[in-house]
Each structure stands twice: as structure tokens, then as C-alpha cells.
Design a protein around this ligand. Sequence first.
Ligand code: AQP
Length: 325
Amino acid sequence: MERVFSGIQPTGVLHLGNYLGAVRNWVAIQSDYECIYCVVDLHAVTQSYDVAAMPGRILELATGLLACGLDATQVRLFVQSSLPQHAELAWVFTCVTSMGELGRQTQFKSKSEQQADNINVGLFAYPVLQAADILLYKASRVPVGEDQEQHLELSREIARRFNARFGATFPEPRTLFTSTPRIRGLDGAAKMSKSLGNHIAVDEDEAVLRRKLASAVTDPARQKRADPGHPEICNIYSLHKFFSDSGSCQEIESACRTAAIGCVDCKKRLGDQLLAHFAPIRERWRTLRERPDEVRDVLRQGQRQCQQLADATMAEVRAKMGLNW
Ligand code: AQP
């Protein structure tokens, strides 16, 4: 079985972009690969955050992932900071990564604009820690959204560079894209993202969900109810394709083109579908929230299982680098 690694930041909300672009796929492949999934809290601290809220966020995200269908008997789920080898390998990798490469990362550029008052070295070296996360376990496949492809390319470069300098050690990890690599936000333009505030949460409250959908951007050509629409460019229609069956999608598509349905009705139907789709997940999430010790046990078990792999890789790295006196 090929080994898979992927991570998600405990930065507040699990949203449709995370779900469709990553988590749904994590669940789908869990019996086909040897999967290691991680709550990457060391990545999350590159942003400003509320220290008192962080432990709860970590636990809440792990609970949400289990509610989405991760099976702790099949996957290893753990918290990044519980294994210090991630930070150690990241340091090693900073020594084979050039400043120029990191400066060219588009996520660094956009995050630097978003948090201009906090452009820290961790933000700059974010993709190096990501490479360490993956390569610590010698994972060969990484299921992520399209937004992470540039970082994955850098991980491959880091692996090549380490191998060339110190001897063959790491595989070059490849992306395992979902069929939905990039989900647009409610503005209909940018990637769905918490920091842009254009997201819908997996466990969104119904009233908030309806309100967010009501203000979501649709086809700009539909100024009036009677204007015919162009579903192929409408983000609401693109979301229907994930959550409504193909018969309903066909019906909505032709009703939109002939203006037989208005955007208000179309959004109401999407809201109904989202609520129905996520109802069982929300129910499991609610139940698991009442059993935080069970979630902690899953995370500790994942930590123990990953520790052996992490120790083995770091022993090999230290020996290859001449740090094993
Ligand atoms: N819009 C998206 N479309 C497809 N995939 C997405 N992912 C995130 N947004 C989209 C995927 O979710 C996984 C977890 O990524 P993350 O923890 O780095 O989340 P994020 O990208 O930081 O999410 P945000 O909302 O964009 O966070 P902020 O605003 O705090 O930076 C990854 O596999 C990612 O590809």
C-alpha cells in the first residue's frame, strides 16, 4: 500500500472548500492507502491567534474529521506538535531550501498581504514544514486541493536536494487530486477561504447558512428574475453539482437558462441539499463533542503509531548528515 500524508490547520472552521477539496477524499481513500492525517497546529501559529482558544480548536477539528467519516481503526490521526520530529526535520530542510524559492510561493505572497502586520519567518518557511510533515513519513501521495500544488512541487525539490547532498533517503511525493481540486467562495471568484470570509462551514447553523447563500454571487447577467442565466459560470450551480443528484442538476440547469427558476429558489434548493447532506455529519459531530476523551484517545493512538516512523526517519537523517556522533 502506498503511504499518504495530509494535514489541515486548526484555524477555526471546517468549510466546504476543505470538505470537498480534501476531507471527503481523505475518507474515500482511507482503505486504499496507508493514511496518515494530521491536525497541523504548528502551521496554524504562523497566523495571529487566540492562545486560550487553540486547545479547543484542535480538539474540535479532530472531532469534525472523525464526524466526516475518518475511521480511527484505518487511519492514523494525530496532532503535529505532539511529535517534535516535524520541527526538527523542518530545520534540516531549511538548510537545503533557497530563500528565492520560498519568496516565489504564491501563498506566501497572498498571506503577506492578508497579514501585513505579521509577516513572520514561520509564514515564509511554511512550505518547508509542510515538506517535513510529508517526508518524515516518506509518504509518496498527498491528497490536497489545487491551492497546495506549488508547495508540493517544492517538497519534491527539497527531497531531490536532500537526496543529492546526503544520499537517497526520501521519495518525491505526488499530489492525489480530488475531482474537485478548487472550490470557489461565496464571492464566486476567490478560493473558498476562512480568512476571506467567503466560506460556508460544514456545521453551519441553518439561519446563517440561508443568509450566506442569500448574499452569494451568482451569474452577473441575471439582474432581474426574468433574465436567462448561464449556469456554467454560476458558483451556486457548481455547488449544486456536488450536492444535488444529476436529475435535479439537469432540471436546474435548463430552468436557469430559460429563467423558469430564479436565483432565490435555486439557492433555497441548494440550502436544502446542504442541510440534508451534512445532517448525519452534524449529528455525529454533536455526539462526539460530548465524548472529548474518546477523541483525545484517537489522537494519542495516532501519535504513538507515528512516533515509530518519525524516530526511524530522524535516525536515518542524522546518520546521513553526520550528526550521529
Ligand atoms: N477552496 C478550496 N478548494 C479546495 N480545497 C481547499 N482546501 C482549502 N480550501 C480549499 C484544502 O483543504 C485542506 C486543508 O487546508 P488548510 O488547513 O491549509 O486550509 P486553508 O487552505 O488554510 O483554508 P483556508 O480557509 O484558506 O484558511 P485560511 O483562510 O486561514 O488560510 C488542504 O488540502 C487544502 O488544499
